[in-house]
Design a protein around this ligand. Structure first.
Ligand code: HEC
Ligand code: HEC
Ligand code: HEC
Ligand code: HEC
Length: 357
């Protein structure tokens, strides 16, 4: 016969086992899920969606209506205002329409005074927010006119990233590595820390800095059955996987959205989205290295990360869990000030890179 103490401890063990199972499952999504086939039968080219998480996600990604159009004719902004360096060729009407739009995209509550110091003329550059906004205007123009290989004619506005907030909801900073001496388990080797942005804890947490700021090589697979000089290490492969997990998470898709898992490295047989993504990686790199990092001296310390760096752009900054930002809503079309004639500095296409390998 079991003593009552024994029975009680058994009961407790059962309860804690059930609790532990419930806790573990809390991280899972409740079935049923939907599966969409995207390639030939038997190739496993399918995407798994959870219809219940998709519904709120759809409502969070609705683009605001464009402001009513205004005449493109009439005096130009550069002839009327004192300190217009980027939008000078717009008509005064279009210039003011753009100011109203950016206020609603970046600072819907503070409006004009978020960038223009109250009591000073609009030409004054006192607030850092205005200096940043001017560079962001140039950045947005560059995205819409030089990166059509990625953003097509859909393009972006400030809203694509900012969503009505001064700080875009999805950004990343460099993470400090845990000091070796302070850890009982020793060096964390840049891994095992949850940092958001979809990078899972067990993979390197500074992967975005390697690929979306610096131009480290992402390709790690050997292309021959026997070792013939591929010097990429398992550690490098872990960085690649970290980026890939972020890309999947940022777009709300599975790996098979871009890969035929028969061979992750091969371009033949990969869906066309992989080529778009290839350009997206280069675009994010240019956004971060040419436009955002150089703003370092302009931003106050309160806006910076643990290592003193400025918040940077990832795939999730624009996409926010959607395969196309705002589910493909046309963004640039309605704002001539955010588009400019293309310049000749697009990155080389993946075909050329393949030939080099
Ligand atoms: C997110 C920042 C931001 C907000 C909000 C903003 N502006 Fe501006 N504003 C700028 C920038 C940047 C420039 C300079 C543009 C350039 O150099 O081409 C500018 C320039 C101007 C100028 C030209 C001044 C001159 O003489 O040089 C006027 C006028 C102006 N803004 C009006 C407004 C009004 C009115 C609002 C509110 C409806 C507003 N702005 C909201 C960033 C902002
Ligand atoms: C590709 C994404 C992206 C786009 C498009 C974009 N921004 Fe930004 N913006 C950022 C990031 C990242 C930061 C840094 C945020 C932080 O410090 O948390 C930022 C910061 C800013 C800030 C400083 C906010 C603060 O309080 O420190 C202003 C102002 C701003 N952006 C204006 C604009 C304007 C105006 C446009 C459109 C012409 C625009 N941005 C388009 C990504 C973007
Ligand atoms: C949005 C598209 C996209 C998604 C989603 C994606 N990848 Fe990739 N993947 C790419 C692109 C583009 C490259 C090549 C990058 C380059 O060459 O700069 C790549 C490269 C790779 C490589 C390196 C191949 C080589 O030649 O060494 C591996 C491995 C890989 N991906 C695995 C994955 C895994 C695993 C997932 C899911 C967790 C995934 N990818 C999700 C687009 C994607
Ligand atoms: C500046 C904003 C921005 C950033 C940053 C960005 N994208 Fe995009 N992306 C877009 C826009 C806009 C489209 C829609 C283009 C269109 O409609 O043709 C798009 C489309 C795509 C598509 C094609 C989807 C389809 O079904 O055709 C893929 C894949 C993609 N992006 C991957 C990425 C990856 C991976 C990253 C990060 C390395 C990234 N994007 C970063 C704006 C962005």
């Amino acid at each position: 016969m079991m003593s009552s103490a024994r029975r009680m401890s058994r009961g407790l063990a059962t309860v804690s086992a059930v609790l532990a199972a419930a806790l573990l499952l809390a991280g899972c999504e409740r079935p049923p899920v939907d599966v969409v086939q995207r390639g030939f039968r038997g190739t496993g080219m399918e995407l798994v969606y959870n219809p219940r998480t998709l519904v709120p996600q759809t409502y969070q990604n609705v683009a605001p209506d464009a402001l009513p159009a205004v005449p493109a004719e009439g005096p130009k902004a550069k002839d009327v205002y004192k300190n217009v360096q980027v939008l000078g060729d717009l008509s005064v009407a279009e210039f003011n329409r753009t100011m109203v739009a950016i206020s609603s995209w970046i600072a819907p509550t503070q409006q004009c005074t978020f960038c223009h110091a109250a009591g000073e003329g609009f030409e004054s550059d006192t607030l850092y927010q205005k200096v940043v906004a001017r560079r962001m205007l140039q950045m947005t123009q560059a995205i819409n006119s030089q990166w059509n290989a990625h953003v097509g004619s859909t393009g972006v506005t400030c809203y694509t990233c900012h969503r009505g907030q001064a700080n875009p909801p999805q950004v990343w900073f460099r993470q400090p590595q845990s000091p070796q001496a302070a850890r009982i388990m020793g060096d964390d080797a840049g891994q095992n820390k949850a940092v958001g942005t979809g990078l899972t804890g067990s993979l390197p947490y500074n992967a975005l800095a390697e690929y979306l700021l610096e131009g480290q090589n992402i390709r790690v697979n050997g292309t021959t059955a026997l070792p013939t000089g591929n010097r990429q290490s398992i550690k490098q492969a872990e960085f690649t996987y970290s980026l890939m997990v972020h890309m999947s998470d940022g777009l709300g898709v599975n790996c098979t959205y871009c890969h035929n898992t028969q061979n992750f490295g091969k371009w033949e047989g990969s869906p066309p989205q992989r080529t778009t993504a290839w350009h997206g990686i280069r675009m994010a790199r240019e956004i971060n290295s040419t436009y955002i990092e150089p703003l370092h001296p302009v931003f106050p310390a309160s806006e910076k990360g643990a290592l003193g760096d400025v918040a940077k752009v990832s795939c999730g900054t624009c996409h926010q869990g959607a395969y196309k930002p705002l589910y493909g809503a046309q963004m640039a079309r309605d704002y001539p000030g955010l588009v400019r004639a293309p310049a000749a500095s697009a990155a080389a296409a993946p075909r050329a890179r393949q030939a080099a390998r």
